[in-house]
Design a protein around this ligand. Structure first.
Ligand SMILES: [Zn+2]
Length: 184
C-alpha cells in the first residue's frame, strides 16, 4: 500500500510553517513535489511533459501526450475532501507537533472549521499516523520516501537522514480504506 509521507521537522515554528505551507498553492506544490520528485511523469504513458489545469480550487496535471489528468492528491486522504489543502496541512502540523495530543475541539477552534470536520480531520490524520507506524518497516509501494516537507537542507533520504526527524506524520495513500465522505 503506497504511502505518501508528509513530514515536518519537529520544532518547526508555526510562523515558519505558515510561511512555507500557509497557502493552497504552496500545499499543492508540496504534494506535487512529493508525488513527482523528478518532475511530472504521466501515470498512463510516462510522458514527462504536462501542464497544470485548475479544477475545483485544486490543480490537475494534464499529460501533454495522452491528455490524462493526474491529481497530486490522488489516493491521499485529502483527495475526496472539500476542505482546503492548507487546512489539512495545518491539521497534520498541529497534531504531529503536539506533545500531549490535540483534541478535535481544539482543532475546531484552531482551524476554524466545524466540529464535524475537525473530528474527521483528527480521526483521519491519527489513523494514517498509527497505520504508518504499525507498518514499520514500511513495505509495499512507498512513494516519495525521500521527499520531505520541511526537510531543509538536502541530505540522505529516509529515516537515517541527519537533517530530518525520523517520523512525524504520514499521509496515507490508499485505494479504499481511507476515504472521506462526500459532505466532508
Ligand atoms: Zn500520458
Amino acid at each position: 500500500m503506497p504511502i505518501n509521507r508528509v513530514q515536518f521537522q519537529r520544532g518547526m515554528s508555526l510562523s515558519e510553517f505558515m510561511r512555507e505551507y500557509g497557502s493552497e498553492e504552496q500545499c499543492m506544490a508540496a504534494l506535487e513535489r512529493l508525488r513527482w520528485p523528478q518532475g511530472f511523469r504521466c501515470p498512463k504513458c510516462a510522458e514527462s511533459r504536462g501542464y497544470r489545469v485548475p479544477r475545483g480550487g485544486r490543480v490537475l496535471l494534464q499529460c501533454a501526450a495522452c491528455r490524462h489528468q493526474a491529481s497530486p492528491t490522488a489516493g491521499t486522504m485529502m483527495d475526496s475532501s472539500k476542505l482546503p489543502l492548507s487546512t489539512w496541512f495545518l491539521a497534520i502540523y498541529l497534531i504531529s507537533q503536539a506533545k500531549t495530543g490535540v483534541s478535535a475541539l481544539a482543532l475546531m477552534r484552531q482551524l476554524g472549521v466545524s466540529y464535524r470536520s475537525a473530528w474527521l480531520l483528527h480521526h483521519k490524520v491519527m489513523q494514517a499516523m498509527a497505520e504508518a507506524d504499525a507498518r514499520q518497516p514500511l513495505s509495499g509501494d512507498i512513494l516519495l520516501d525521500d521527499a520531505y516537507l520541511g526537510g531543509g537542507k538536502p541530505g540522505k533520504p529516509g529515516r537515517g537522514s541527519p537533517n530530518k526527524v525520523p517520523f512525524v506524520a504520514a499521509v496515507e495513500l490508499t485505494d479504499n480504506s481511507i476515504s472521506c465522505s462526500n459532505d466532508y
